[in-house]
Write a protein that binds this ligand. Structure first.
Ligand SMILES: C[S@@+](CC[C@H](N)C(=O)[O-])C[C@H]1O[C@@H](n2cnc3c(N)ncnc32)[C@H](O)[C@@H]1O
Length: 238
């Protein structure tokens, strides 16, 4: 797993020393990680219980060194289960006819939720090959524990901006995996794909920081707009 770039840490430390001084920086360093860890604790406990029940490893956060292909990627962290459940329930279409794609699938937590919803085909796209390998292991462990067939699930280690979108009716899920710049590329690809092959397509977007990109698209219409997620549908649906 890649670690945080020491040059980034040095840059942050320098800026903090300039604004807070040496003493303030030391104090901030001592209390900040404890504060953010304490804030995330209930979520971590939920993830830990999920892992213990299902023989998986989805808990915690994986951070990347912000360089090369990872420059625009956000950290790997599992979406809270209740949000995934609520967001996916907004897709009223018959899941057996749809392909579900988690763009930036991380360690596969959302793929497991899709497996329970019996999508016809389930695909996870993950930029980091080591994380994609963890997702595959999680899918196998979960399916074994729950008596589900994992054959419909495929995890692909690839950059989502170059991966060919499926041409059948699909649900594309995004848990804010990357920066707005990459979302702009993704929407161009989605629009182009819909122009070539008009079809039923849903976009489910949790932590929708870059939602403007989808809001502005003439190819999509909003079907659910909540605080934690937005759901869109292609206008091609008849
Ligand atoms: C916040 S995690 C989401 C995990 C999972 N979808 C969930 O909701 O539980 C985002 C993941 O997107 C991946 N990612 C970022 N940029 C990507 C890209 N261009 N192509 C594919 N995956 C990407 C990261 O490596 C990271 O594991």
């Amino acid at each position: 797993m890649t670690l945080l770039d020491p040059r980034v840490l040095v840059g942050k430390a320098r800026r903090s020393i300039r604004t807070r001084g040496w003493g303030g920086t030391l104090l901030e360093a001592l209390t900040r990680s404890k504060r953010s860890r304490a804030r995330r604790m209930p979520r971590y406990v939920g993830e830990l219980f999920f892992d213990l029940r299902n023989g998986t490893r989805v808990r915690g956060i994986v951070r990347f060194e912000k360089k090369g292909v990872f420059e625009q990627a956000f950290r790997c962290e599992t979406t809270p289960r209740s949000w995934v459940g609520k967001a996916l329930s907004e897709v009223t279409a018959d899941s057996a006819r749809y392909t579900f794609v988690d763009i930036g699938c991380g360690r596969g937590f959302v793929l497991l939720q899709a497996l329970r919803r019996r999508y016809h085909r389930i695909v996870g796209i993950e930029l980091a090959p080591q994380i994609a390998a963890e997702a595959r292991k999680n899918v196998e462990a979960y399916a074994r524990r729950r008596g589900l067939a994992a054959g419909s699930v495929e995890v692909v280690a690839a950059d989502a901006t170059t991966w060919e979108l499926p041409c059948e009716p699909s649900v594309l899920y995004f848990a804010n995996p990357f920066s707005r710049k990459i979302f702009e590329t993704m929407i161009r690809r989605i629009e182009e794909s819909l122009r070539r092959n008009p079809r039923e397509l849903y976009v489910v977007y949790t932590f929708p920081e870059s939602r403007q990109v989808f809001d502005d698209s003439p190819s999509l219409e909003t079907v659910a707009d909540r605080k934690r997620y937005v759901v869109y549908r292609s206008r091609a649906i008849v």
